[in-house]
Ligand binder design. Sequence first.
Ligand code: FNR
Length: 353
Amino acid sequence: MENNLPVNVREYQELAKKALPKMAYDYINGGAEDEHTLRENIAAYGRIILRPRVLVDVSKIDMSTTLLGYNMPSPIIVAPTGGHKLAHPEGEKATARAAASCNAIMVLSSGSSYKIEDVASSCNAIRFYQLYVYKWREVSERLVRRAESCGFKALVLTVDTPMLGRREADIRNKMVFPPSANLEELKKINVDTTGGSQLEGFARATLDPSLSWKDIEWLKSITTMPILLKGIAVEAGVAGVIVSNHGARQLDYAPATIAALEEVVKAVAGAVPVLVDGGIRRGTDVFKALALGARAVMVGRPVFFGLAARGEAGARHVIEMLNGELEVAMALCGCRSVGEITRSHVMTEGDRI
Ligand code: FNR
């Protein structure tokens, strides 16, 4: 196997499917309801065409960029995804080491199988912490303070999950979520899973559906970490926005994120960086997102598939492959730095009318 490594994300997905029990694979791969948005997140990238540029000296390609003042060797960030123990016993610790070895930022999910402290001490990746706001504010506050004292650099507040989207594969499989490290904090809950997945019962019992704009002020009052909003949302004096539909796991028939990106970039008008996630499976997808105005991208399932197939080495290889593909795309489009990637390098369906 080691001599016969996958050459792209799709091959990692196939390996992961073979390696994992059906319940785990369906949890990672699945989306909400009809999975229309899930297909669209990927299909919409397929409808964007690249314009090559030739006879540019591309002997040196610099993929580096910055976010919130941090240097990144490439614009690829590991998205927060919960329950990595489903894919590998080392879970988020292995993923974090993979990210660290690529100097990539990893966003640790509130649904991490390992404690914040355990992941933090396993490597030195610049880490962001993804926060779900629970019905008990003091629980969320303690998590924020723990992340900050472990040296996490930013909070990613997920705003698209007042309730869990209906992920029918999980419901059918009566999905059992691996114990989340935060369960300890939340042990007072009584999870009702009748008719659903355990994750759905857990979300219903814990997530605060009243979360609204005013709560951003509360969050700012308890931390000095900059806040990025994840889910389509602007305003409220945050440090950045992530155009996300939660990997199509929340509202089905929400737009593909890459289709919504340009509108958000225009509305934000340079005030803060705009990131995008959902459906990125190729370096060319990263290139397209940057051409449409994203500062950086996050990838969720690809890294999870790498972890499932080959542990830390697989997660690292996925990040490296995407970086390598981005480098080729930049060279063939005549871009020596991410700053040279412009709107004129892509053609969307709207452009072709
Ligand atoms: C997620 N996502 C997610 N988001 C979040 O804010 N907190 C979380 O705990 C999770 N958990 C999670 C688990 C799994 C298995 C998946 C696939 C996704 C959403 C994630 O951060 C990101 O938005 C998407 O994964 C991006 O889409 P792709 O790259 O998976 O297509």
